[in-house]
Design a protein around this ligand. Structure first.
Ligand SMILES: Cc1cc2nc3c(=O)[nH]c(=O)nc-3n(C[C@H](O)[C@H](O)[C@H](O)COP(=O)(O)O)c2cc1C
Ligand SMILES: [Mn+2]
Length: 482
């Protein structure tokens, strides 16, 4: 079931006992972080702070912060249901014969429902502020003591490709500089940054228009972080997730469309010449990401609902809310990875690997060097290019069980022979690479080695007890008094 907006999701969370309202006054400077961190670490509920110091708006945090809430956000009981829908969609065969074609009709109808519906206006612009407004009306968090300031952490940033007119939606943090100015932290590899480069190449442009939706329906926020290919519209993906079109409305002061049922919209532009120091910011690596120069977002208009709810998230040492979103991405994108690399059986990115540091992959190995082909394949797939360490194991290893990977994987390797390094782009948040955005990556071929790979020693069998002895012991077990 799809939610029309964030409020419906909040109501659903509350009905399910997954949300706690907090009436005690709390400070958005560090205090909410400490509370949200403790709650994240013990698998606690979503939090709706109703009395935030210095703001009239309630603040929602940790709404995606458990497997159950993440599934609820997508309107399912388990994110595997979404993965199954993706698998079904990508494996649709062209119909043969009339009956099969007829059977396709509902499916095509479903695909039609993914596309957004244009509306003139929506609740997101119940209140329009062009003259008198300030970002400080929002209960923006300072997340960690060493942060350079307050950061809007859950805004979906909409920009337009100046060449194709296609919109992108990516979740990038915004450091608040003053009442109407923030940083625009789209990292170099992201689509917002690409739109910016394209706009800068055209002499006709001195400004690039941007709009930010805070508190859109949860499928939109999730789509904004999803590693979709550059020209796949996040809003169509959100439509797929909801099985219902997203309503999009035009902004008041810029030529961009935004979700009509969001809580808050910031409209404005990025000057193509301007840069300003952004950060440091306590990041999802569990360390502060370093200060760097980023474009500046100048806000020309703020619209919101009559009684807006400010939605945010806290990142930090795992596990945090974003880990559960990352897990959903791992599951939902597996069928798409398998489309390119069908030998992949399963993939696991442990929380402590913060998405880009560690990927455990099991494969059905069919030829010499197969594990290395898979590593190189992953390093060439969109944002999976950032993966610092890829461990490839045979299909009999359960990658969801890290102990199984450590035990079998390490038994299987001769490190000098089986570890391979490569150079390439790395995540902007990596603080150990030789240069920002550029460094090395490591692949470990932890599959069983074959004679055709030059391994001519005998390979031992895995320990397994004789079933007859097991049956014998089963029969005696009760008498053993153990
Ligand atoms: C909580 C959270 C905060 C994020 N902040 C940023 C950010 O500040 N800058 C950035 O480039 N990516 C950030 N990301 C990752 C992007 O949202 C993600 O890479 C997304 O797929 C980018 O979309 P795009 O390819 O359309 O640019 C963040 C992700 C999460 C979950
Ligand atoms: Mn995108």
């Amino acid at each position: 079931m799809a939610y029309d907006d964030l409020r419906e999701f909040i109501q659903a969370l509350e009905r399910a006992g997954e949300l706690k309202r907090i009436e005690v006054e709390v400070d958005p400077i560090l205090e909410i972080s400490e509370i949200a961190d403790r709650v994240s670490k013990c698998g606690g509920p979503a939090l709706l702070f109703e009395n935030v110091k210095g703001s009239r708006m309630p603040l929602l945090i940790n709404a995606f912060g458990s497997p159950r809430r993440m599934a609820m956000a997508l309107g399912v009981d388990s994110v595997e249901e979404v993965a199954d829908r993706v698998r079904d969609l990508v494996h649709t065969k062209p119909p043969e014969g009339f009956i099969e074609k007829l059977k396709m009709v509902p499916k095509l109808f479903e695909v039609g429902s993914f596309f957004p519906k244009k509306v003139k206006q929506g609740p997101a612009c119940e209140v329009v502020k062009e003259q008198e407004f300030s970002l400080l009306e929002l209960p923006v968090l300072q997340c960690w003591p060493g942060d350079a300031g307050r950061f809007i952490t859950f805004g979906a940033v909409f920009s337009k490709d100046p060449e194709t007119g296609r919109q992108n939606c990516g979740l990038y943090r915004l450091q608040v500089f003053d009442e109407r100015t923030t940083a625009m932290h789209w990292q170099i590899h992201k689509q917002g940054a690409e739109h910016f480069r394209r706009a800068a190449r055209t002499a006709a442009h001195r400004r690039m228009e941007v709009a930010v939706a805070i508190g859109a329906d949860p499928t939109i926020t999730f789509s904004a972080i999803a590693p979709l290919p550059p020209d796949v519209d996040e809003i169509v993906f959100a439509g797929f997730l909801r099985s219902k079109p997203v309503e999009m409305m035009p902004c008041r002061t810029v030529d961009i469309e935004v979700p009509a049922t969001a809580e808050i919209i910031l409209e404005g532009y990025v000057d193509l010449e301007e840069r300003r120091r952004e950060g440091p910011f306590g990041d999802h690596t569990g360390f502060y990401s370093l200060a760097d120069d980023y474009p500046v977002f100048r806000i020309t208009c703020m619209t919101h609902r009559r009684d807006p709810i400010y939605s945010t998230t806290l990142v930090g040492k795992p596990p945090m809310e974003d880990c559960h979103m990352g897990k959903a991405i791992e599951r939902i994108f597996l069928p798409l990875m398998q489309l390119q690399l069908p030998e992949i059986v399963d993939v696991h990115m442990p929380f402590e690997g913060i998405f880009h540091n560690l990927m455990l992959v099991s494969i059905r190995k069919s030829y010499p060097g197969h594990a290395r082909k898979v590593m190189n394949g992953i390093w060439s797939l969109g944002q999976a290019m950032f993966t610092k360490c890829i461990v490839v194991v045979d299909e009999d290893v359960d990658v969801q069980d890290v102990r199984d990977v450590v035990w079998k994987g390490l038994n299987n390797i001769d490190p000098e022979r089986d570890i391979q390094f490569t150079l390439g782009p790395v995540d902007s948040l990596d603080h150990s690479s030789r240069l920002a955005n550029f460094g090395s990556k490591m692949g470990i071929d932890a599959t069983r080695k074959w004679p055709s790979e030059g391994f001519t020693r005998p390979w031992p069998d895995e320990l397994k007890m004789d079933p007859r002895i097991q049956a014998l012991v089963d029969g005696k077990w009760d008498k053993l008094g153990l």
